[in-house]
Design a protein around this ligand. Structure first.
Ligand SMILES: Cc1ncc(COP(=O)(O)O)c(C=O)c1O
Length: 366
């Protein structure tokens, strides 16, 4: 049976997007960011597909990394949120996952642990994101203490995260990069080239050459999606991996003045044919997509009308339409960039691909 709602994953696009990362950052190692189930694309799928092509992976949490290790991933895996207690650190050691060190609480745990195994760490400097990381004034003290921790593998790696790199006119990115470089330059003992560094996310890779260093951390661009509000992935030369599909399950005439869906928020302005599509917010289609959001029915653009329900949406097919139950519907994909849908739903494309739920069958296209 054809699933009502399904996502097609174009695996050739993964290879293409990786190639783009390499073109932009030819001298950097690549840490593919596959947290949050590879932004909804399937972390194990992406990890195994990419393992030969990348130098490592990044995940947000320890359990995401453990799942990758258990599935046989051998490459370096960096846990971006690190750990919060000795038990979690112990798991990172057992599964040989790299920890990001961003808090004094973590430092204290390191100082109390004596293990045979050693852990590779990424010391995180907060250059302005004000989320995780140490302040510039704290870094020397933390670095010195880490050097004395028995459990830490040397050399120590260093990283920061860019807050506004998706805005090419924002001066903050240059300031963050300068603060990172200046603070690291002052550390004693002096860092060597084997103290590897990492700054750039996708926006950094695409727009801020100064942010390219030993390692880059592409996330969204790997999936063929733009980090910028003013361009689509395709306009940047990327290829979207995921497209989202469903089908019409009913077509019916409605008359001028009829209201459609919960709340009757859409009032039909002239007699038309309404299409009911088997996808809703329980599949991850955005609840806040507004009337007028484009949907492809048999490859033609029509408009979403009325509120998105849990399992269905409604579209205005137009009075002349020949569409019928069973016909193909694309919610985003070829000819309908996910970035456009995100704008219509007042969100960012990251949330759309991450939000596709388990009910949606994922089908790989080779
Ligand atoms: C620390 C860190 N590095 C890299 C990334 C990848 O970012 P992007 O998906 O914008 O490339 C993320 C994602 O949020 C992150 O949190």
């Amino acid at each position: 049976m054809i699933p009502a709602a399904y996502a097609v994953l174009n695996m050739a696009a993964v290879t293409h997007n990786m190639q783009k990362v390499r073109e932009y950052a030819p001298n950097s190692k690549i840490m593919a960011v596959i947290k949050a189930n590879a932004y909804g694309h399937g972390a194990l799928r992406l990890a195994h597909f990419l393992e030969e092509e990348v130098d490592g992976f990044a995940v947000a949490r320890g359990d995401e990394g453990i799942r990758l290790r258990i599935s046989g991933v051998q490459k370096r895996i960096v846990v971006l949120e690190g750990f919060t207690c000795a038990e979690e650190l112990d798991k990172l050691l057992v599964y040989q996952l790299d920890a990001v060190v961003h808090s004094f609480a973590q430092l204290t745990i390191f100082e109390t642990i004596i293990e045979q195994e050693k852990i590779a760490v990424w010391l995180k400097l907060d250059t302005g994101m004000n989320r995780l990381g140490f302040k510039a004034a704290e870094l020397q003290g933390v670095y010195s203490r880490l050097l004395n921790c028995f459990v830490i593998k040397h050399p120590i790696n260093l990283m920061t995260h860019l807050a506004n790199a998706d805005d090419k006119s924002d001066a903050m990115t240059d300031k963050q990069i300068a603060l990172f470089n200046d603070t690291l330059a002052k550390l004693t003992p002096k860092l060597g080239s084997d103290n590897e560094r990492s700054i750039a996310n996708s926006a950094g890779i695409l727009a801020w050459q100064q942010s390219l260093t030993h390692w880059v951390r592409p996330g969204i661009m790997l999936y063929g999606i733009s980090p910028f509000a003013d361009a689509t992935g395709e306009q940047l030369g990327l290829k979207p991996i995921m497209s989202l599909h469903s089908r019409l399950i009913a077509v019916k005439p409605i008359a001028k003045g009829d209201t459609v869906g919960y709340g009757g928020s859409w009032v039909c302005e002239q007699d038309t044919l309404l299409g009911v599509v088997a996808i809703g917010y329980a599949d991850g289609y955005p609840r806040y997509a507004s009337t007028g959001t484009p949907v492809l029915v048999n490859g033609q653009r029509v408009s979403l009308v009325g509120r998105v329900s849990m399992d269905m949406i409604t579209v205005d097919l137009g009075v002349q339409s020949n569409a019928k139950a069973g016909d193909a519907v694309t919610l985003w994909g070829d000819g309908l960039p996910v970035e456009e849908i995100a704008l219509r739903a007042n969100t960012i494309p990251y949330t759309l691909v991450c939000g596709v739920t388990q009910r949606v069958r994922q089908i790989e296209a080779i």
